[in-house]
Design a protein around this ligand. Structure first.
Ligand code: ADP
Ligand code: MG
Length: 715
């Protein structure tokens, strides 16, 4: 048998990917919806495994937010264990979300030695509280390793679930993670606190409109997840992707996404096989994966679940990212969740579709009668006020070394936070603002303002993709979060700033006699619109003109993580979060420290990887090409051959200058690595330009790194 000859690993990868044949359609087991929720300890499992009374109490906590009765923990733990063992589990873990932005788990088996045999046990105490000695997680000074107490606390509102592996399974219990002094060390605790804050403010505001003040408030979130897939054989040849999640070198090929032929295109067999396995895995976990499609960039895709309660949706998004990564491996892919894995084509975001519900009423649904419309307009105006007042905080909730490459890169919303309402709503808002002046009667114009609305056609279509914060029919879509982010940060901020705006409005409306209510409301909404309409922008957010206009309007524009993060610790923002009991000053300080450090570390790692790759992967290849051209030139000259020597001479000189430039840029980056992150970033950009200039000039068969045209198109 002849062994194929490959000039390098990259050529081998290309050859071997070419020979992959995906199974023919429907060769595998057909998709199965019956599996939905089979690995979740949900209401049905509770009813089966728990005594009736306990089940009722637990469901009251989960469904109506009633305080947890800790007396029932023993029963619940026992039921969970029995349920999990029946599904092959031998261990359990408290599953939590430290400030690293990932999820964390430390497994303990149910095993309890009992003389010379063992029993399987799980106590109420172990369910409610864990002490994972997780002293190495970043805490930003909230605790030092010598006082390494971090506690995990059961969150009964997010159901326990099972994670399976090749030869077993683990019961996972969603938990909050706090220090022994009760300070939040995670992303879930402040999210739950922010929902509580918004619950109270919403009830207060709804009472003003004559609604009962005790309905359940639910914040809903549907997070659309974008990602890239590349073949694993390319991944193993790219140290940059392995270490930093993105390509530090490489140029977009002549054809990339210009023809927009990938967006919503037919999904390739190998990819759809992957996608449907992802869905199966998510459905088992009770995650309602619903939509899948090809995205704009080649090799880019999207998955969207049906919206859920925000706490659950945040947990589920963390699991979605994990399932995407793990399932990709089984299919010979690697799933890239970085915000900008490839330069020159679109990056990946996570569209955060958010809404607030009061009882069964979605407060962002334009109503069909005057009272509903008044509520809708009031809520809309409160959100306008919230976004304008706290654009800095919204911006800070989407920072990160990865997203810095995406925001404002003309395929993602700019870093200026503005709102898109669409023409129809913008006209209603205009009318609300000016109506009274032109009509002379506030009460009448309020009626008109309300009456011009109904019945607003539900406009779920998305007519402006360039806005970071767009009204899309019955929800706001915050498009700035990055694909790798936890959803918690943006939703914590949204909940708190809207809670504040609701409270402001309630303070104005409370105790207003019924006869004056409309007039007072009208005046308040007009004031909000006058003061905050600068944040509304319905045009093209990708243009330079908008950035200039935004500056004239005085909208903040934090271009990078470094420009944005400090707002977490300004006195006004600390006061805001403290007032709503979402973050203490210390908790904010700690987040500021952790996020800054994370940013600095990532930049430094990228710098070091860049330098190493340039010096020991790229330079040798250029040197080899240079040497072989030079010897050819010398040989031609010494044998008196004239033909070709001019071209060879030119090539040697060209490679020589590229080589000089590479050397110089490497030296600069080496020096920059001793200093500040800005210098590292600048030196990395310069080195990238030098490497990318060399890529098309050296022998293709020797280039060691899989090229963009291969990674983006061969899969
Ligand atoms: P797009 O046009 O942006 O692709 P879709 O209309 O398909 O948007 O919906 C995107 C996401 O918004 C889905 O996850 C969907 O479940 C979610 N969504 C729909 N209604 C709501 C709501 N009331 N609250 C939160 N998310 C919602
Ligand atoms: Mg969307």
């Amino acid at each position: 048998m002849s062994t194929p000859h490959y000039s390098n690993g990259r050529a081998h990868a290309v050859q071997s990917i070419a020979s992959i044949t995906p199974p023919p359609p429907c060769a595998a087991a057909p998709a199965n919806v019956q599996c939905y929720g089979e690995d979740v300890f949900d209401a049905a499992a509770m009813r089966e495994y728990l005594p009736k009374a306990t089940c009722k109490e637990l469901l009251a906590t989960i469904e109506r937010g009633e305080p947890l009765n800790t007396e029932i923990a023993g029963d619940v733990a026992h039921a969970m264990k029995e349920w999990a063992i029946a599904r092959g589990a031998t261990s359990y873990t408290h599953w939590f979300q430290p400030l690293t932005g990932s999820t964390a788990e430390k497994h303990d088996s149910f095993l309890e030695p009992d003389g010379c045999r063992a029993i399987l046990a799980f106590s109420g105490k172990s369910l409610i509280k864990g002490e994972p000695d997780a002293s190495s997680f970043p805490s930003g000074g909230l605790r030092s390793t010598f006082e390494a107490r971090g506690y995990t606390a059961w969150d009964p509102t997010s159901p326990a679930f099972i994670k399976r592996h090749g030869n077993g399974a683990t019961l996972c219990i969603p938990t909050a993670f706090c220090s022994y002094t009760g300070e939040a060390l995670d992303k879930k605790t402040p999210l739950l606190r922010s929902v509580q804050a918004l619950t109270e403010s919403t009830r207060r505001l709804m009472k003003c409109f004559g609604l009962p003040g005790d309905e359940k408030v639910s914040v809903t979130l549907g997070a659309e997840q974008e990602y890239f897939l590349i073949d694993k054989q390319f991944y193993v040849l790219r140290p940059d992707i392995q270490q930093t999640g993105r390509t530090l070198f490489g140029t977009a090929p002549a054809k990339h996404q210009q023809l927009e032929d990938h967006y919503f295109g037919a999904i390739r067999q190998r990819v759809i096989n992957f996608m449907s396995e992802v869905e199966q895995n998510l459905w088992k976990l009770g995650i309602p994966a619903k939509t899948r499609h090809n995205e704009v960039a080649p090799a880019q895709f999207e998955l969207a679940p049906v919206f859920e309660d925000v706490n659950l949706a945040c947990d589920h998004n963390m699991l979605i990212m994990e399932v995407l990564r793990q399932t990709a491996e089984r299919h010979g892919f690697v799933c890239l969740l970085h915000e900008k894995p490839f330069s020159g084509v679109n990056g990946s975001g996570k569209h955060n579709n958010w809404s607030v519900n009061y009882g069964k009423r979605n407060l962002l649904n334009p109503g069909s009668n005057p009272q509903d419309n008044a509520i809708f307009l009031a809520v809309l105006c409160a959100i306008i006020e919230a976004v304008d007042r706290h654009a800095d905080l919204l911006r800070s909730s989407v920072t990160g070394a990865g997203n810095d490459h995406r925001l404002g890169a003309n395929e993602a919303p700019p870093a200026v936070m503005s709102m898109y309402l669409g023409d129809q709503l913008a006209a209603v808002i205009d009318h609300l603002e000016t109506g009274a002046d032109s009509q002379g009667s506030t009460a009448r114009s309020m009626e008109i303002g309300v009456d011009t609305l109904p019945p607003l056609p539900k406009d779920a279509t998305d007519r402006n993709r360039t806005s970071p914060f767009a009204f899309t029919g019955n929800k706001f879509e915050f498009r700035a979060p990055g694909s790798s982010h936890s959803c918690s940060g943006p939703n914590i901020v949204l909940n708190v700033i809207v809670a504040e705006a609701f409270d402001r409005m309630a303070a104005v409306l409370e105790n207003t006699p019924a006869a004056e209510f409309n007039t007072v409301l009208q005046a308040h909404l007009r004031r909000i619109i006058k003061d905050h309409k600068r944040v509304i922008f319905n045009g093209d957010g990708y243009t330079r003109e908008w950035l200039e206009e935004a500056e004239r309007r005085g909208l903040p524009h934090a271009r990078s993580t470094m420009d944005s993060l400090h707002c977490l610790v300004t006195p006004e923002n600390v006061a805001l979060f403290e007032r709503y009991h979402v973050f203490s000053a210390r908790e904010l300080d700690s987040r500021y420290d952790v996020f800054m450090e994370d940013y600095h570390r990532k930049v430094r790692i990228e710098g070091e990887v860049s330098l190493e790759m340039a010096e020991n992967m790229i330079l040798p290849v250029v040197c080899t090409d240079y040497k072989s051209m030079l010897s050819a030139l010398t040989a031609a000259k010494s044998s008196g051959i004239a033909a070709g020597t001019a071209a060879l001479q030119a090539k040697v000189e060209q490679l020589g200058s590229l080589l000089d430039a590479l050397h110089a840029r490497c030296a600069e980056l080496r020096a920059a690595l001793q200093g500040k992150h800005e210098d590292i970033l600048a030196a990395m950009t310069a080195l990238r330009a030098a490497v990318d200039a060399v890529e098309p000039q050296v022998d293709n068969s020797k280039w060691p790194l899989p090229k963009y045209r291969e990674m983006l198109f061969l899969y």
